[in-house]
Structure formats: structure tokens, C-alpha cells
Design a protein around this ligand. Structure first.
Ligand SMILES: NC(=O)C1=CN([C@@H]2O[C@H](COP(=O)(O)OP(=O)(O)OC[C@H]3O[C@@H](n4cnc5c(N)ncnc54)[C@H](OP(=O)(O)O)[C@@H]3O)[C@@H](O)[C@H]2O)C=CC1
Ligand SMILES: CC(=O)N[C@@H](CCC(=O)OP(=O)(O)O)C(=O)O
Length: 344
């Protein structure tokens, strides 16, 4: 049984980790931290967890306690894992970070996008980007895993078969992405209020979003060359979900795109290529660790449109984190992650 610690247990990704791990046969949450809810029982704070974790209470983050765990998940704002990861790794604890602290390979680029100096540049060389569909082998032997962001997961999985096979022009890629409001976290913000976001939709960060360098880094690795991506995120009035509509120009218009996607993802337990002509819905992946993808050629010309949907809190965060844990500890990758999506 793996002894698990979670830093940031009162946030949306933290409680999603708790929900998923409650059904995991090989993992037991031993430590869960919160600075604001010390000594409160998890099941008293989150009624959906009543009957689970009845003896588990929040404690303030402490490296010595966390260092007694086999693996610690960071479900915290950027910068927190920088401060603690080194000490935990030295104690022999594996670290799976859901924040962006170790996603970018270049510390200076990270500092530019995140507005603060990188707090642990010495750890960057060993950090593995935890997108199993690309880096499964490296994940198996990692000590420190950077779980991809939500927009980056949907976008990279959508473009992967095309870029890996050199089938699209990498100099003109477009990702038009929509997110549910839980993507902004549980902290109080005016933009997340029901009256602001509940019945409205808006694009944001068109000039540049911090996921742009992360997605570009991943797409560059797939293509083996420079890429040029236009990425426009939108906030939409749903609680969970990412819908990515991806556009690119085909270099080869003879290829059977449906067969390409089906073959590329045939062995992937958490990528579902939909039948030709499909329009995947975010509600079909709600609560599930799945990315559903459909590929279209609208006018039969050289434009390809890929539709990719995930639950931002599951395949876009906590589910993918548990998937990484399973791979890292040699468990069945699907363990604890077999939930279907919720309809309606
Ligand atoms: N929401 C999403 O869809 C996704 C989020 N992520 C990333 O995952 C991370 C967590 O996101 P999310 O769950 O939405 O965030 P929330 O704002 O909902 O929760 C943040 C958690 O971190 C704790 N925390 C805050 N500051 C500190 C600190 N200095 N030290 C220790 N703990 C702290 C908070 O608890 P307390 O204040 O009580 O200590 C809280 O439990 C973020 O980096 C986010 O960008 C990644 C993919 C998707
Ligand atoms: C709707 C919303 O605000 N989304 C967040 C991204 C989601 C997230 O948490 O970002 P990471 O995956 O990098 O951690 C944003 O735009 O900053």
C-alpha cells in the first residue's frame, strides 16, 4: 500500500485527488495539508467524502511529516512545490506536482511567464513532464513529475498524431480553447462569481497566456522542430471541462486521418478516438480520466480541425496525476481510474 501525502487538500484539484484515491486499492492518503483548516476532518469539510477518510484531518504543511510518505502530490499555487520538493526528494519521497512549477524546462522562461524567479532551477533537469501518451518510459523512473496543465493536455493530445507524423504545417497552428470555471481554482475571485461567469462567455489572455510556452514546448518535442501556435483561452459557463478546437494545414491531403488517430491511440487507455464525424461533448468526460478526440476535414481541403475534450480536474489535473503515480510505482495504469463520464 502506497502512503500518499497531498499538499493543498482544500482546493479543487486536492479534493478531486481525494475522490479518486478513495477508490484506489493500492494507495492510502496518510497526510493532507491545509493552512486554513488545521485539525478539521476531511469528511466534515467535504460531504461527498463522508464514509471515506473518517479519521483523516488536515494538518499544516510540514516537510518532515510529508517526507514519511512514498509519494506527495502538490495541488497548490505556483511556487509552493519549488520550496518543498528538494527536501522531499532528499528524504526519498517521490513528488508529483500539479502546478506549473516544473513544467517549463527553461527557468528564465518560467520566471518571465510566472512573474517571479524560479525557486528550484537545480531540480529542472530531472523533472519529467507527466504526459503519459508521450513520456511514459521516462515517467517510470522519475523522482519528480510535472503534471501537464489542463489546456496543454487537451491541446497536445489533439495535435500529437499529426505532428508526430509530420502531417501538418507546424508554423501555423491554432488552439481555440474553452474552460469551465473550476479551472480558476477555489479561491475567491470576482471573475469566478456566478453573476460574472455563470451566464457569460469571454476570451482572455489573447496577448499571451502562461500555457502558451508549455504547449509550444510539448508540440516542439513532438514535431522535432520549431512550432508557431496561436492559443486563445475562453472562460465558459460550465463548472468542469475543457473543449479545444484545433486548426492546422495538412501537408499531405491523401492520408486517412480517422485511421491515423485510431492507430496512434489504439493502445492508450485514456484517449478515446470518436467515430468519424463526431462532436465530443465535455459532459461525456465529466469526472472521467479520459480525453475524447474527433478529427474532421470540413471541406475536404487541406484544413484539419481536431476536437479534443477533457475534464480539467481529472485528465487535466488529478486523474492524470494518479495515472502518473500508477506508472511510477509499476501499478496497472488504470488502477482507481475506471470511472465513466457523468451524463447528464
Ligand atoms: N483547477 C484546475 O482545473 C487545474 C489546476 N491546476 C493547478 O493545480 C494547482 C491547484 O489548483 P486548484 O486546486 O485549482 O487550486 P485552489 O486554489 O482550488 O487550491 C489551492 C490549494 O493550495 C493550498 N495553498 C495555497 N497556498 C499555499 C501555500 N503557500 N502553501 C501550502 N498550501 C497552499 C490551499 O489551501 P490552504 O490555503 O488552506 O493551505 C488550497 O488547498 C494550481 O497550481 C493550478 O494551477 C492544474 C490543472 C487544472
Ligand atoms: C479558467 C482558468 O482560469 N484557467 C486557468 C488555467 C487552469 C490552471 O489551473 O492552470 P494550470 O493547469 O497551469 O495549473 C488559467 O487560465 O490560468
Amino acid at each position: 500500500m502506497l502512503k500518499v501525502g497531498i499538499v493543498g487538500g482544500t482546493g479543487y484539484t486536492g479534493v478531486e485527488l481525494l475522490r479518486l484515491l478513495a477508490q484506489h486499492p493500492q494507495a492510502e492518503v496518510a497526510v493532507i495539508t491545509s493552512r486554513s483548516e488545521e485539525d478539521v476532518r476531511v469528511c466534515d469539510m467535504f460531504p461527498n467524502l463522508r464514509g471515506h477518510y473518517d479519521q483523516l484531518a488536515f494538518s499544516v504543511p510540514d516537510a518532515a511529516t510529508l517526507g514519511s510518505c512514498d509519494v506527495v502530490f502538490f495541488a497548490t499555487p505556483h511556487g509552493v512545490a519549488h520550496a518543498l520538493a528538494g527536501e522531499l526528494l532528499a528524504a526519498g519521497t517521490r513528488v508529483i506536482d500539479l502546478s506549473a512549477d516544473f513544467r517549463l524546462k527553461d527557468a528564465e522562461e518560467w520566471a518571465r511567464w510566472y512573474g517571479q524567479p524560479h525557486g528550484a532551477p537545480d531540480l529542472l533537469p530531472e523533472a519529467v513532464y507527466g504526459l503519459p501518451e508521450v513520456n511514459r518510459e521516462q515517467i517510470k523512473t522519475a523522482r519528480l513529475i510535472a503534471v501537464p496543465g489542463c489546456y496543454p493536455t487537451a491541446t497536445q493530445l489533439g495535435f500529437l498524431p499529426l505532428l508526430a507524423n509530420g502531417l501538418i504545417d507546424p508554423s501555423r497552428l491554432i488552439a481555440d480553447c474553452k474552460s469551465g470555471v473550476s479551472g480558476a481554482g477555489r479561491g475567491a475571485k470576482v471573475g469566478s462569481l456566478f453573476c460574472e461567469a455563470g451566464e457569460s462567455m469571454m476570451a482572455y489572455s489573447v496577448k499571451g497566456h502562461r500555457h502558451l510556452p508549455e504547449i509550444s514546448q510539448g508540440l516542439r518535442q513532438m514535431a522535432g522542430k520549431e512550432v508557431n501556435l496561436t492559443f486563445v483561452p475562453h472562460l465558459t459557463p460550465m463548472i468542469r471541462g475543457i473543449h479545444a478546437t484545433l486548426y492546422a494545414n495538412l501537408l499531405d491531403t491523401q492520408v486517412d486521418l480517422q485511421a491515423l488517430y485510431e492507430q496512434h491511440y489504439a493502445q492508450e487507455p485514456f484517449v478515446d478516438v470518436m467515430p468519424a464525424g463526431s462532436h465530443p461533448e465535455t459532459r461525456s468526460v465529466r469526472g472521467a480520466n479520459v480525453c475524447r478526440i474527433a478529427v474532421h476535414r470540413p471541406q475536404g481541403g487541406d484544413l484539419v480541425v481536431v476536437l479534443s475534450v477533457i475534464d480539467n480536474l481529472v485528465k487535466g489535473a488529478s486523474g492524470q496525476a494518479v495515472q502518473n503515480m500508477n506508472i511510477l510505482f509499476g501499478l496497472d495504469e488504470r488502477m482507481g481510474l475506471n470511472q465513466p463520464g457523468l451524463l447528464p
